[in-house]
Ligand binder design. Structure first.
Ligand code: ATP
Ligand code: MG
Length: 560
């Protein structure tokens, strides 16, 4: 990795690492990891953890491993592993071949468990899971010791071996650590290390019928990999004493666990269980539906990796939970695309206009590709008698502050002329189907011939040249800020029924014919759009709206 990349702003995690480097705690090494459980697609919260772990490794010239925490055989699938790798790469991070799996350590973990049994600090318990729960007690009252807690080391070794050999049914026994049933920290009340599960694992197949619990696997996996700074989210803070206890009992390499606050965004959900529900119930069209908060969805919608990384880094690392407004993320993508995306014209709700005094010919006008970046150059766009304009840019009876087209009123056509609406044509039902306009030949943009000024500028597309496409407009998937916040209601009760609006037969300027899936544009006055990678076909392009523009036509007018 390139160590000259910009450094992350200072934060308490960097302070801890700086201290460790000063005292030589890990011999000057910084080794982090990103440890996803392959039971879903990554979301924007994961992007924060990725940018942090890989970012720290980059900054300190260290290493960051990718480790799949695949201790749960029933929920994990190869599809998730593949998507996770794709997303991390797309975000711009590299695990340099260090792709590890907690399941790689199953033998080692088993060995460690035997060590604890031999030390007399782990035992086979034969209570049922309900009984174990009951014996555990409440945070405010002490738990009760299991009657099996004092089995001899030999008995425990024999039973544990039989568990491993598949001689028992699921749930008959578990292996537990012998710590303290009265500890105020529930995690220390003899946690379960292994449970029996006759299940097929995506990597180890049918080799095992006992599987380590996450708490037992996680810290030891970090230790085995020589992780120096084990960065995790706040909910693991009170697991730390347990992880420390395991490591101390085993006398193995001791990573430092540092907790930070999860990234939360409003108007969405981030639990993988809930995201899976949205997918399975077909409320969205997959994990990469552009309304989802997953990285694959942001990619499909048209977000750039740079905007996501800049957003998660910009939010910073905190010790307290907070909720970030979705507009902060939208700001990041606007900032990025403002400089990168070519500006073009597209009409979403077309209304035909005919310029009656314009000759029967086509003229090619200069249009600027991106006023923020002159090196992006100019292009020629066809202009003629028949054009499409946006239906919303015309009002038959204009309200007071409407400065666009209305009968007898003038407006500027972007890069072209000032036109005036002379006549409104309606069908027999009274729907407006066409406008007849006149143009003023002296008002060509940039010609300097006339100093006539009008208050509005609108976009347009030449009708005979227009290229038809479908445009998908997205709104928030939920209509409340915190869809999981109401205990009496299901988060699905807050789905926004208008989160997807499909517009067909939109009219785009002809150059867009060459756009490829994944290409991004600014449609002037409308927002940023990206060619969809899922639904686009050779004869039917589909554009996703990435984000709207806050920018208005008023600003455009001032630049003409
Ligand atoms: P679940 O949604 O099932 O509770 P999870 O979000 O914890 O799972 P993991 O696959 O275990 O998912 O997460 C991998 C890593 O990403 C963990 O280190 C976790 O702390 C971190 N992570 C997950 N969600 C967030 C978030 N919202 N903000 C920051 N980091 C996160
Ligand atoms: Mg987790």
């Amino acid at each position: 990795m390139n160590q000259n990349e910009k450094s992350l702003p200072s934060n308490f995690i960097k302070d801890r690492i700086d201290d460790d480097l000063k005292t030589g705690k890990y011999a000057g090494k910084v080794i982090t990891r990103f440890p996803p459980e392959p039971n879903g697609y990554l979301h924007i919260g994961h992007a924060k953890s990725i940018a942090l772990n890989f970012g720290l490794a980059r900054e300190y010239n260290g290493k960051c491993n990718l480790r799949f925490d695949d201790t749960n055989p029933t929920k994990e699938e190869q599809e998730y592993v593949d998507s996770i790798k794709e997303d991390i790469k797309w975000l711009g991070f590299d695990w340099e071949g260090r792709e590890y799996y907690a399941s790689d350590y199953f033998d080692k973990l088993y060995e460690y468990a035997i060590k604890l049994v031999k030390k007399g600090v782990a035992y086979v318990d034969s209570l049922s899971s309900e009984e174990i729960k009951e014996y555990r007690g409440m945070p405010t009252s002490p738990g009760k010791e299991s009657p099996y807690r004092n089995r001899t080391v030999d008995e425990n070794l024999e039973l544990f071996e039989k568990m491993k050999n598949g001689e028992f049914e699921d749930g008959e026994h578990v292996l537990r650590a012998k710590i303290d049933m009265t500890s105020p920290n529930m995690n220390l009340r003899d946690p379960v290390l292994y449970r029996i599960k006759h299940a097929h694992h995506h990597r180890t197949g049918d080799k095992w019928c006992i599987y380590p619990m996450y708490d037992w696997a996680h810290g030891q996996s970090d230790s085995i990999e020589g992780i120096t700074h084990s960065i995790c989210t706040l909910e693991f803070e009170n697991h730390r004493p347990l992880y420390d206890w395991f490591i101390d009992q085993l006398e193995i390499h001791h990573p430092s666990q540092i907790e930070f606050a999860r990234l939360n965004l409003n108007y969405t959900v981030m639990s993988k269980r809930k995201l899976l529900q949205l997918v399975e119930q077909k409320i969205v069209d997959g994990w990469d539906d552009p309304r989802m908060p997953t990285i694959s969805a942001f990619r499909r919608r048209g977000y750039t990796p740079e905007s996501i990384v800049s957003f998660v880094e910009g939010v910073g690392v905190a010790k307290r939970d907070n909720v970030v407004d979705i507009s902060v993320l939208e700001y990041a993508i606007r900032q990025d695309l403002n400089k990168k995306a070519m500006r073009v014209m597209a009409v979403i709700n077309p209304l035909k206009i005919v310029i009656t005094n314009y000759p029967d010919e086509i003229e090619y006008l200069d249009a600027v590709n991106n006023p923020e970046d002159e090196s992006m150059g100019k292009r020629k766009i066809p202009f003629g008698k028949e054009l499409w304009i946006e239906r919303e840019d015309f009002q038959e009876v204009p309200h007071k502050k409407f400065h666009r087209l209305s009968p007898g009123n003038e407006v500027r056509l972007r890069y072209a002329y000032i036109i005036k609406c002379e006549e409104v044509i309606k069908d027999e039902l009274g729907n407006i189907i066409e406008l007849r306009c006149s143009y003023d030949p002296d008002t060509k943009s940039g010609s300097g011939k006339s100093d006539k000024k009008v208050k509005g500028t609108i976009h347009w597309v030449s009708a005979p040249h227009a290229f038809e496409a479908e445009i998908r407009l997205y709104d928030r998937l939920f209509n409340v800020e915190n869809p999981s916040g109401d205990k009496d209601k299901d988060f699905l009760d807050f789905i926004n029924p208008q989160s997807l609006e499909i517009k067909t037969k939109c009219k785009l300027e002809p150059g867009l014919k060459d756009a490829k899936p994944g290409d991004r544009f600014q449609f002037e006055r409308q927002g940023y759009f990206c060619v969809d990678t899922k639904y686009t076909t050779l004869d039917k392009p589909v554009f996703n709206r990435v984000v709207t523009l806050r920018d208005t036509w008023a600003k455009i007018a001032s630049r003409q």
